[in-house]
Ligand binder design. Structure first.
Ligand code: HEC
Ligand code: HEC
Ligand code: HEC
Ligand code: HEC
Ligand code: HEC
Length: 178
């Protein structure tokens, strides 16, 4: 029994060492998913944060209204947009397209910007409830007409902030890894 536990631990340790090693060897050529700093894909409808949040002063939580309660920040449903756009700018071809989809009960296929690897767990509510602002991690979204990834989302970025004494955030591996 003792022996078995020991060998399992050795395998686990070797597995981890291998992972870390592989990362060192390949990172120059194959950036991990999260490393796409400045990634800024085109969206199917040119939704403009700088207009809605900057010019019209909408709160982030008007649309991302689950962000304080859940792991993932939700992308708003079309019905949230149509609160205004059944009346606002109805002559725009984009708003017409949105209205057609809305009438048919369809949704917009937004292209995802941020994406951590599957082995990492992140939780919005834990951060937002401790008063970490959206801008700390996402930058000046209120000036972006197209959203781009502001932070590199690397492990070093997460851990550096967790280590700062005023945060009292955990740094053990299992906090962020399953
Ligand atoms: C009127 C609704 C609305 C408001 C207000 C709004 N957003 Fe968004 N947000 C969206 C929509 C729709 C998307 C998906 C399309 C896109 O990426 O532009 C999105 C995407 C995002 C993304 C990228 C998500 C991904 O795919 O990784 C971030 C980050 C974000 N918003 C942060 C914010 C922050 C921070 C604020 C406040 C400063 C804010 N948003 C205000 C509607 C809104
Ligand atoms: C501590 C850093 C941090 C803070 C604070 C933060 N975010 Fe995020 N956000 C992230 C990370 C990391 C991801 C990628 C999560 C993933 O891929 O699982 C993300 C992803 C998103 C997404 C895409 C959907 C998702 O959950 O993957 C939206 C929308 C978003 N954030 C909006 C917001 C808004 C609005 C706020 C403020 C109310 C906020 N974020 C605060 C780090 C942060
Ligand atoms: C609180 C009201 C409100 C909400 C909610 C809202 N918008 Fe807007 N939107 C506006 C206003 C105001 C304008 C500017 C209209 C103008 O230029 O006269 C605008 C402009 C736009 C435009 C530019 C249209 C053009 O052709 O010039 C698009 C596209 C758009 N919004 C998409 C969205 C999407 C997608 C959502 C939901 C994620 C959304 N809006 C939610 C108020 C809103
Ligand atoms: C700007 C600072 C900052 C950044 C960047 C940051 N965190 Fe945090 N994190 C915190 C704070 C503060 C807490 C709350 C600690 C507490 O609950 O007392 C926290 C809590 C957490 C928790 C919940 C811990 C628990 O058990 O309640 C997880 C999981 C987490 N962070 C993962 C991540 C990951 C993964 C990243 C990077 C993708 C990240 N964090 C980036 C500051 C940060
Ligand atoms: C605060 C969150 C956080 C903590 C704590 C944390 N990690 Fe990570 N880790 C991440 C994130 C985010 C990534 C993905 C981005 C990257 O590869 O830098 C990652 C990636 C990794 C990878 C994969 C690298 C690759 O290229 O795929 C390994 C292995 C790893 N972490 C091991 C550990 C170990 C061992 C510990 C404990 C000593 C630890 N992590 C603690 C957030 C964390």
């Amino acid at each position: 029994m003792q022996k078995k536990v020991k060998s399992i631990m050795t395998i686990a340790f070797l597995g981890l060492a291998l992972l870390l090693n592989l990362n060192m060897g390949c990172s120059k050529f194959q950036p991990a998913i999260g490393y796409n700093k400045n990634y800024q894909p085109d969206q199917p409808i040119p939704f403009d944060h700088s207009l809605h949040v900057g010019t019209y002063q909408m709160k982030c939580q008007y649309c991302h209204n689950q962000v304080e309660r859940t792991k993932h920040a939700n992308i708003p449903a079309l019905s949230t947009c149509m609160n205004c756009h059944v009346q606002v700018k109805t002559d725009s071809p984009y708003i017409k397209e949105m209205n057609e989809k809305y009438q048919k009960g369809e949704s917009i296929e937004w292209v995802r910007v941020h994406m951590l690897p599957d082995h990492v767990q992140f939780n919005h509510s834990a951060h937002v409830q401790k008063g970490v602002s959206c801008a700390t991690c996402h930058g000046p979204i209120d000036t972006m007409n197209v959203v781009k990834q502001f932070s590199d989302l690397s492990m070093g970025w997460c851990v550096n902030c967790h280590r700062q004494s005023e945060n009292k955030a955990p740094t053990n591996c299992s906090t962020c890894h399953h």
